[in-house]
Design a protein. Structure first.
Length: 301
């Protein structure tokens, strides 16, 4: 069976893009299941799948994070990866879907876990907001704060990979001037993506009607808004969006192009500079032998 991907809430499990992509396990929080039940659920997942990769976003309650670490510690296993993923909620769900897609490829559990950091760099995550008065996820200038109190104000905000904030005009919805002197439309990806969006209480078609064509996305899909989105963006008046690579063959090629290493601590394969399972950094290359280098230099002279 493929490596299990796990989340802590069902709204982070987006519909599968094809019939081959498996779902994700939903690990219940302490308020819904006791420790014994959590241990039993996790043990069953490990027996069925061999390894478990759980996505741990930063907005989780402290009790939920402690439960995840407690379960791993009690089971005394190195087959559970707890991945710290610092993305907005909808983008986190998109990344989870990509990891689910990779589980049907010929990658080891260690590569799948460490691929999360790589794939996150290729996700463009933002939101259309009705106010930025309380937003602290991206830099917000005084003018933008003041304009938040204007009736009908809307802001195009990109949180990842580079922060961008612009106030949209009140006419067509796209505007002609931006806060901070930047362009109104957030800079988009330079590669093929699909756009996933989710509506809060803000009534606007700007994301699908204007942003998607400007970014030249290959497809648009609407999904329900994750429960934590309003808190993450500091307002329920929003339309959240995330553009990402949808094709599993492209994802496979991207991950396969990175050199694989063996973790010096747990022995699993990894890509990048850190193991996804034990978090051990990749061993630094051995220092150069300065004496031998000096001998070669003298012999040439």
């Amino acid at each position: 069976m493929p490596t299990a991907i796990a989340v802590t809430s069902a709204d982070l499990v987006l519909p599968a893009p094809d019939r081959h992509t498996p779902g994700a396990a939903v690990l219940r929080p302490p308020g819904e299941a006791g420790l014994e039940a959590a241990l039993a659920e996790t043990t069953a997942l490990l027996e069925r799948h061999g390894h478990l990769v759980a996505v741990v976003p930063p907005w989780l309650p402290a009790a939920t994070v402690r439960r995840l670490h407690t379960v791993r510690a009690i089971l005394e296993t190195d087959r559970i990866a707890l991945l710290d993923v610092d993305l907005p909620p909808l983008a986190t769900a998109v990344l989870v879907r990509q990891l689910r897609q990779l589980t049907v490829c010929d990658f080891s559990p260690g590569v799948i876990a460490s691929a999360a950091r790589l794939l996150s760099h290729y996700i463009y995550a933002g939101a259309l907001l009705g106010t930025v008065a309380k937003l602290d996820r991206v830099p917000v200038g005084l003018k933008a704060h003041a304009r938040s109190w204007s009736p009908g104000a809307q802001f195009a905000v990109l949180a990842h990979p580079q922060p961008h904030l612009a106030k949209l005009g009140s006419g067509s919805g796209s505007g002609s001037a931006a806060a901070g002197g930047q362009g109104v439309l957030p800079p988009g990806p330079g590669f093929a993506t699909h756009l996933t969006f989710a509506r809060g209480t803000l009534s606007s078609d700007w994301v699908a009607a204007e942003l998607a064509p400007a970014w030249q996305v290959q497809g648009v899909m609407e999904n329900p808004l994750p429960a934590d989105s309003a808190h993450w963006w500091a307002t329920p008046k929003l339309v959240e969006f995330a553009a990402a690579i949808p094709d599993v063959s492209v994802l496979h090629q991207l991950v396969a192009s990175v050199r694989r290493e063996e973790c010096r601590w747990c022995g699993l394969e990894l890509i990048g500079d850190r193991c996804g399972f034990c978090a051990a950094p990749l061993a630094a290359p051995p220092p150069k032998d300065s004496a031998r280098t000096g001998t070669r230099t003298r012999s040439r002279s």
